[in-house]
Design a binder for this molecule. Structure first.
Ligand code: CMP
Length: 139
């Protein structure tokens, strides 16, 4: 089966009208979009999605931010898409992210207590399959 990853356009990206631009970059790279759905996150899905961050200082503000508006949940497919999307996304901190990346071109530090960094991308095959199951139970 081809490699898959879960991408989320976070509430800051949706609010700023960047969903199309972010999807465009994924498609321009040559990956295939296999699912795209605007969703409201729930505390249950976020608790599972961010289980590895529970207890970190940014955990509560992160969950609150992710509940602040809809997210665009995306499954993208293609050889090397997990590492490839993380490369397209750029570094977690949008101030440090290089120009040419989604976060480097479109994001910046808003001085808030959580990184509002426009996108999430799975970091391994195991997380990708787990996260796709959380956001798209039918897939
Ligand atoms: P994401 O890829 O969704 O995974 C965890 C998120 O937590 C991350 O993107 C950022 O939005 C946020 N995050 C990670 N590290 C920090 C940090 N040091 N301070 C604030 N927010 C962070």
């Amino acid at each position: 089966a081809p490699e898959r990853t879960l991408v989320l356009v976070k509430p800051d990206g949706v609010r700023r009208g960047l969903s199309g631009e972010i999807l465009r970059r994924i498609e321009a790279k040559g990956y295939t979009l296999t699912a795209v759905e605007l969703k409201n996150a729930t505390p249950e899905v976020l608790a599972a999605h961010y289980a590895e961050h529970e207890g970190k200082p940014f955990y509560a503000p992160l969950v609150e931010f992710m509940l602040s508006g809809p997210v665009l949940a995306v499954v993208a497919e293609g050889q090397g898409v997990i590492a490839g999307f993380r490369s397209l996304a750029g570094a977690t901190d949008p101030t440090a992210a290089l120009p040419g990346t989604i976060r480097g071109d479109l994001g910046r530090d808003w001085g808030l207590k959580v990184q509002q960094n426009l996108v999430h991308g799975s970091d391994s095959v195991e997380s990708a399959e787990r996260e796709i199951g959380l956001w798209f139970p039918a897939l």
